[in-house]
Design a binder for this molecule. Structure first.
Ligand SMILES: Cc1cc2nc3c(=O)[nH]c(=O)nc-3n(C[C@H](O)[C@H](O)[C@H](O)COP(=O)(O)OP(=O)(O)OC[C@H]3O[C@@H](n4cnc5c(N)ncnc54)[C@H](O)[C@@H]3O)c2cc1C
Length: 579
């Protein structure tokens, strides 16, 4: 039996829910399935802390937000996408306010804005330092209003079905029962979030395993700019828990083992009283993470059992400010490090945080594959280029989630009977899951071992700094791991919440993502934003002012092409901070 809907939305996080609401508002006649492997409120969006960027007039301007985003992205952003983004971000945040999002306020009642890395103006709206929690709650409760949105909570999508170049639905497992269903639809919007778990040390939730990127890739859609992986400069050692950029926006300092604010040595400006926009601690994340590596090389970091760290100093902010503006930061430090930032230094180190690359889409979320759309962190529109600015991701998922929803609502032709090829593929996938995985007798490999080797390989080969050599080694190792992944043991043959099965599926998705990252990083012989090649240390606009697009060629092998970046009003220039 198959389940039929007009639209399937893969993912119940910020992007997925925003897209669902946009369709439900525009076309109440369409039936929308929102499928999520975790309960929607547990999606990674819930853990966003610092805030969401949108211009607040009259002090700020759309052009300034656009310019900061484009230079922050080292000129790899498509400027038409950035212009649409900055123009629509304020109305999206205001809409959330009307739906109930409790934005923090200034004493006069206006929406409060804070400074954020790489931004020349204060434009980051926030709800204390629990912005993602409030944003996701607001979207979730708003989505409940629409009877046309049917939720499939704790259902895991394993495949996107394609008939004659057109998407026809998905196959998903209901985790509670192990039931495997084909769910047909005229359009699928992939909103499955990031892929930080490909790396060993990340701020991302356990669920951020790049499923949607691999699903779209396997269905025939290209992935764009996969070599650009963002490290956030301030994660807690061992756990990788994020200490939000908000801590530096409120005036926190980064100091090395000598108590010295080392960022002044890295072309990021000089210390000044109070936070200085776009300089020192409020420089962009790629530069700050790279400066950390250099401090370690100079022997100026602090050694810990979990590797070298530097210190984040908030003590001078005082208890009142920390309690009012950074309560969650204090809570995390107390719970996970047993230190109180009011009195003590916080140990921090860079940690994988965000994927700039993703499923290639146009400005309306459409991929080159008919009927397949993507939005949120899974997608690459691209507004983030080679390095995302903090607080641009939440407004991005709102703006482009809404745009993808609007495009689907407009294109939907109503319910169509699924073609025989779609149903046959559904059967095929069911057989594969049942026979090859659930009933697999013995496997030689352990999931955890292959996963750990993959994570170490990607970190060593495609970390903050890469080289042709490190990437070649990583590519060889990943090839071997891909083979070994085919024979991992799945000892649990039961159907109820079989997390061993989903872990095996996630591992194979992550390996696809890891291979794309490494291959695109190997081919890009330049340094730009978060992609730093020690063998090609400078930016090369002649050859690489272009997006990489990796897709499966007819022979089943990955192939990489390039597409020029769209430049509208901001010709490529040097990235300058702190001057
Ligand atoms: C700790 C942290 C703090 C952050 N802070 C900020 C911030 O302050 N400001 C900012 O702008 N950005 C921030 N970001 C980035 C931003 O939060 C994310 O990029 C964004 O929330 C991603 O939203 P999404 O809707 O694309 O995906 P998610 O919220 O990750 O949702 C993904 C959804 O897909 C579902 N899914 C995945 N795979 C499958 C599958 N196989 N089958 C079924 N369902 C599936 C999941 O269940 C989930 O519902 C932060 C990120 C982190 C990790």
């Amino acid at each position: 039996m198959t389940i039929r809907h007009d639209v399937v939305i893969a993912g119940g996080g910020g992007a997925g829910l925003r897209a669902a609401i946009a369709i439900a508002e525009a076309r109440p006649d369409l039936s929308i399935a929102t499928i999520s492997k975790v309960y929607p409120m547990r999606s990674h969006t819930v853990s966003a802390e610092g805030g969401a960027a949108a211009v607040k007039l009259p002090a700020d301007s759309l052009d300034e937000h656009a310019h900061d985003t484009i230079s922050g992205g080292d000129w790899l952003c498509d400027q038409d996408a950035v212009e649409a983004f900055v123009a629509e971000a304020p109305e999206e945040l205001l809409r959330l306010e009307h739906w109930g999002c409790p934005w923090s306020r200034e004493p006069d009642g206006q929406v409060a804005v804070r400074a954020f890395g790489g931004m020349r103006q204060r434009r980051t709206w926030f709800a204390a330092d629990k912005t993602g929690f409030h944003l996701l709650h607001t979207l979730f409760q708003t989505s409940l209003k629409y009877p046309s949105i049917v939720r499939y909570d704790e259902w895991f999508i394993t495949r996107v079905l394609v008939d004659d170049g057109r998407v026809g639905g998905v196959v998903a497992i209901e985790l509670m029962s192990g039931r495997i269903e084909t769910i047909t639809a005229g359009a699928v919007i992939v909103c499955t979030g990031g892929c930080g778990r490909v790396y060993p040390f990340t701020t991302n939730a356990n669920t951020s395993t790049g499923d949607g990127m691999a699903l779209a890739f396997r269905a025939g859609a290209p992935l764009k700019d996969m070599e650009f992986v963002q490290y956030h400069p301030t994660g807690l050692p061992f756990t990788g828990i994020l200490i939000s950029e908000a801590a530096r926006a409120e005036g926190g300092w980064l100091v090395n083992r000598d108590g010295y604010r080392y960022l002044q040595d890295y072309n990021l400006g000089r210390p000044a009283p109070g936070p200085v926009l776009r300089s020192m601690e409020l420089g962009p994340r790629d530069r700050l993470s790279q400066a950390f590596v250099k401090e370690v090389e100079k022997g100026r970091a602090i050694d810990t059992p979990w590797g070298p760290v530097v210190h984040l100093d908030l003590r001078h902010l005082g208890e009142e400010v920390i309690e009012a503006r950074l309560p969650f930061v204090r809570e995390l430090c107390l719970d996970y490090e047993h230190i109180d930032p009011v009195r003590e230094l916080i140990p921090v180190r860079p940690v994988v945080h965000y994927m700039m690359g993703g499923v290639d889409t146009d400005l309306h979320g459409a991929t080159p594959l008919d009927g397949l759309y993507a939005a949120g962190e899974t997608a690459c529109v691209s507004i983030n280029g080679a390095n995302r600015l903090g607080s641009n991701s939440l407004p991005e998922l709102l703006v482009f989630g809404a745009r993808a929803g609007a495009a689907v609502a407009e294109a939907a032709e109503g319910r169509r009977a699924p073609g025989p090829a779609v149903l046959a593929q559904g059967q095929d996938e069911r057989r594969h899951l049942e026979r090859d995985l659930l009933q697999r007798d013995r496997g030689r490999e352990r999931i955890a071992a292959v996963r750990e080797e993959m994570q170490q390989t990607v970190e060593q080969g495609a970390g903050i700094y890469r080289s042709g050599d490190s990437l070649t080694k990583a590519a060889d190792k990943l090839h071997e791991l891909q083979e070994r992944c085919g024979s991992v043991a799945i000892d649990d043959h039961s159907r109820v919440f079989n997390t061993e099965l989903t872990a095996a599926l996630e591992l194979s998705f992550m390996l696809d993502v890891a291979q794309s990252v490494v291959r695109c990083a190997w081919l890009r012989q330049e340094s730009r934003g978060a992609h730093q090649r020690i063998d090609f240390p400078t930016r090369d606009d002649e050859r690489y002012l272009a997006h990489s697009l990796i897709h499966l060629a007819e022979d089943g092998e990955p192939e990489v092409r390039y597409r020029p970046v769209t430049i509208t009003r901001w010709p490529p220039a040097e990235r300058v901070y702190g001057r």
